[in-house]
Design a protein around this ligand. Structure first.
Ligand SMILES: [Zn+2]
Length: 224
């Protein structure tokens, strides 16, 4: 238990500098950079809301902090400083400096780095989960990579439910990168948004949708 307690960083409100190459686009005003972000993560980035940050886990583009309600011994979120609402907002046509697949790769590298540092045993055994929630199952509408370890010590519900990749609600970072490299399938995106509307109305439909669609989408965990 002592070890776990030591892993918990203090809660702080810190202003996190935006990536420098965006300043010209943001009219040179750093505050503006975050002003379009209406989420709690926008407030964390601008230093208005506290987070439990992991030292060293900030880069020009990314920030990592501890999940407010951890579901594993180690549960971090890696977010881009740029406001990207969710996986559907990632684009395959961005310019070089702004390439979204590379951004997700960077998020993965930061997530793995955190695991290596804070959960070396789980890291070595690949006993971890890296995943994104798919709308409408994303609790905060700012792209965030969940980094959880050790997966083997998580509750069944979280390991095989909420954070289970390949389900309608959860996709691994590698699958997102794969989708971006191949291009999102628009027809699937449309089908998902129609389902989104229905699912908000009735939880029964979530189960139905999952059973009927889980194997026929770009979100399946099957990789070559
Ligand atoms: Zn989430």
């Amino acid at each position: 238990m002592k070890n776990i307690v030591n892993l918990v960083p203090p809660a702080t409100c810190v202003y996190h500098k935006p990536p420098p190459y965006y300043h010209p686009l943001a009219g040179g005003d750093e505050e503006d950079y975050y002003s379009t972000n209406p989420t709690i993560f926008g407030r964390i980035l601008i230093g208005e809301a506290p987070s439990r940050n992991y030292a060293y886990a900030e880069s020009l583009d990314l920030l990592a902090f501890r999940d407010r309600t951890p579901k594993a011994e180690f549960h971090a979120l890696v977010i881009p400083k740029r406001y990207i609402p969710n996986v559907y907002s990632l684009s395959t046509t961005a310019e070089d400096v702004d390439d979204d697949a590379n951004l997700v790769r960077e998020m993965r590298v930061m997530g793995l780095g955190l695991l290596q540092e804070h959960q070396p045993t789980a890291f070595a055994k690949e006993d971890y989960i890296l995943c994104f929630h798919i709308p409408p199952f994303n609790c905060v509408n700012h792209l965030h990579l969940h980094v959880l370890a050790p997966a083997s010590k998580m509750t069944w519900f979280h390991r095989h439910g909420k954070y289970k990749c390949g389900m309608r609600w959860c996709i691994s970072d590698l699958d997102v990168i794969d989708c971006l490299d191949r291009g999102w399938c628009q027809c699937h995106a449309r089908r998902y948004s129609v389902n989104t509307f229905l699912m908000k109305k009735c939880t029964l439909l979530i189960t139905f949708n999952h059973l009927t669609h889980k194997t026929c989408s770009d979100f399946s965990s099957v990789r070559p």
